[in-house]
Design a binder for this molecule. Structure first.
Ligand SMILES: [Zn+2]
Length: 311
């Protein structure tokens, strides 16, 4: 996550110059002394366009609370493996997510810092290898008191630990979120699972091809997914059986395993590990940035579909 993306800076600056200049010229025709009116749209456009960068700039300057740092150290194994520079960037991304996402509790759920950190750390982890990326989707998280069903209703047979929607909040069962990072090496993490689904939202629907995968490599990615899903069905995979439900579920389950059991994945599913390393530009065994450089396709971030997703 960058404080400011270069395209944002250029677009905002250009827009301010064009609109401000136009207004100044038009006003000066009426009376030369009115040319200064052009400053009004300039300030307005700069104010709107640079609001988030300014906020991030300020956030980046405030130190991280020591309790947050202690939580990260306890629950995110990569945190201690990062170099000091990478750790500082990771902490900054966590703070950006903590600041920019809204977190709400349903019913009697109290939104605590550990709950918020659980999501923010997941976001920072997924984006760590790709500093120019932003997580696609709506920046709002709802914590449910327990598992819920399609009607967002808690009941004895409710089965969803999490769910993501088109243009809607990320829904998570608070107890499942707490379990996600209690054991960060069990390849079972509803936060990473639901966040991973956000990458899969694109114009063509959630098809297990993350929207940031370059179009050129989508076909080989799909072939790899088919092969790996077959292995899941035949009981020859480290991924749990839910990965065979659909290509989109395969991707989400694979992301959980990639971040929580990278060594095992590298040994048992080398091609998948290599593909995910290239996608996230990160080797989760070491925390090192690696893989191929980001492709032009990364500009397609932010698109979502009408898929309702379960955990
Ligand atoms: Zn899912």
């Amino acid at each position: 996550m960058r404080i400011v993306r270069r395209p944002t800076l250029y677009t905002t600056g250009l827009l301010a110059i064009v609109v401000g200049g136009g207004v100044a010229v038009a006003a000066a025709r009426i009376a030369p002394m009115w040319a200064g009116v052009g400053l009004v749209p300039v300030l307005l456009i700069l104010g709107i366009g640079l609001r988030r960068p300014l906020r991030r700039w300020r956030t980046a300057r405030t130190p991280m609370p020591s309790q947050w740092r202690a939580w990260l150290r306890r629950h995110i194994p990569l945190y201690d493996q990062f170099s000091p520079t990478a750790r500082a960037r990771f902490e900054r991304d966590v703070r950006f997510a903590m600041d920019e996402y809204t977190f709400e509790g349903v019913d009697d759920v109290v939104v605590t810092d550990p709950l918020r950190l659980s999501v923010a750390a997941g976001i920072a982890l997924l984006l760590h290898g790709r500093p120019s990326w932003e997580l696609p989707g709506y920046r709002s998280v709802l914590f449910y008191p327990g598992r819920f069903n399609d009607a967002y209703y808690e009941s004895r047979d409710a089965a969803y630990d999490g769910m993501v929607h088109e243009q809607g909040p990320i829904l998570l069962a608070a107890p499942s979120v707490r379990r996600s990072w209690a054991d960060p090496a069990d390849a079972d993490n509803v936060v990473l699972h639901e966040l991973a689904h956000l990458f899969d939202f694109e114009n063509e629907g959630p098809d297990g091809v993350p929207s940031l995968v370059a179009a050129a490599s989508a076909t080989s990615w799909q072939a790899l997914v088919r092969r790996e899903m077959r292995r899941v069905r035949h009981g020859d995979s480290m991924l749990r059986s839910y990965a065979a439900e659909a290509p989109s579920e395969f991707f989400a389950v694979a992301v959980e395993a990639f971040f929580e059991q990278p060594g095992r994945m590298a040994r048992r599913h080398e091609a998948l590990f290599v593909a995910l390393t290239a996608f996230f530009h990160l080797d989760p065994r070491t925390g090192n940035q690696t893989g191929r450089p980001a492709s032009a396709a990364e500009t397609s971030a932010g698109e979502t579909t009408d898929r309702t997703e379960e955990g």
